[in-house]
Design a protein around this ligand. Structure first.
Ligand SMILES: C[S@@+](CC[C@H](N)C(=O)[O-])C[C@H]1O[C@@H](n2cnc3c(N)ncnc32)[C@H](O)[C@@H]1O
Length: 215
């Protein structure tokens, strides 16, 4: 049995970071690969969008987003993990319209009214609630008026009413903070922090969603 203290933390490091894309591919039996393509399609990216990606990881999502951008569009990726940054640079380092920054997404960021979209994929659930709110405020500040904050992550659901696969996944694989995350009303939280026109797109029988709000 896995000791809960040994469970992975959202700051992905070491071997888990070096093998991250492989582990996700195997751990989800290829499902995540298919899903993330659909999610990026659902982001309604315009060719000239400037996108800020919080906790960009290895850059595989950014490569998918780049397919929808022209040379006038751009991605600024924030990532603190050494191994993740290395993989990111291998994948996206040569792209002129991609910048990688070593900023912590829960600390004050040097962006104001600058981006059309802020994207965060499977990162925010890993923080305690106070820090989650700081991340949302950072997204709000970074967006231009009319820009959208897109959160791709777990939906709100009752774990006790879920099937065995999801219960085992949450217990043994996901970080501890995820169980708190799925109990929170993030539509309400986004509204309370200034976002309007909240929308959601559901995936995986409603367990995962792309939640977004407009500044
Ligand atoms: C579960 S991975 C998700 C990576 C990517 N967004 C994806 O969907 O494949 C979480 C990522 O967030 C990064 N991360 C964790 N804490 C962070 C922080 N405080 N600031 C910036 N990045 C962070 C980790 O290093 C890791 O690459």
């Amino acid at each position: 049995m896995v000791n809960r203290k040994e469970k992975p933390h959202i700051e992905t490091r070491g071997l888990a970071a070096r093998l991250y894309d492989c582990l996700i591919l195997l751990g989800t039996l290829g499902f995540y690969q298919i899903l993330i393509k659909r999610v990026v399609q659902d982001m309604s990216i315009n060719p000239e969008d400037s996108i800020l990606d919080f906790g960009a990881g290895t850059g595989k999502n950014d490569l998918l987003m780049l397919k929808y951008l022209s040379d006038d569009g751009s991605i600024t990726a924030l990532e603190i993990g050494k191994e993740m940054r290395k993989q990111f640079l291998k994948k996206c380092g040569r792209r002129k319209n991609v910048t990688l920054e070593n900023f912590r997404i829960e600390t004050p960021l040097p962006y104001s009214n600058r981006f059309d979209k802020v994207f965060i994929s499977f990162v925010i659930h890993g923080f305690e609630q106070v820090k989650r709110k700081k991340i949302i405020k950072n997204a709000f500040n970074a967006l231009k008026p009319g820009g959208r904050f897109l959160i791709f992550d777990w939906n709100e659901f009752d774990l006790k009413k879920s099937g065995p696969f999801i219960r085992l996944f949450m217990k043994f694989i996901e970080c501890d903070e995820a169980q708190d995350f799925i109990q929170r009303d993030f539509k309400e939280i986004l509204s309370s922090l200034g976002f309007k026109n909240i929308e959601e797109k559901l995936y995986a029988c409603g367990r995962i969603r792309l939640l977004s709000g407009e500044k």
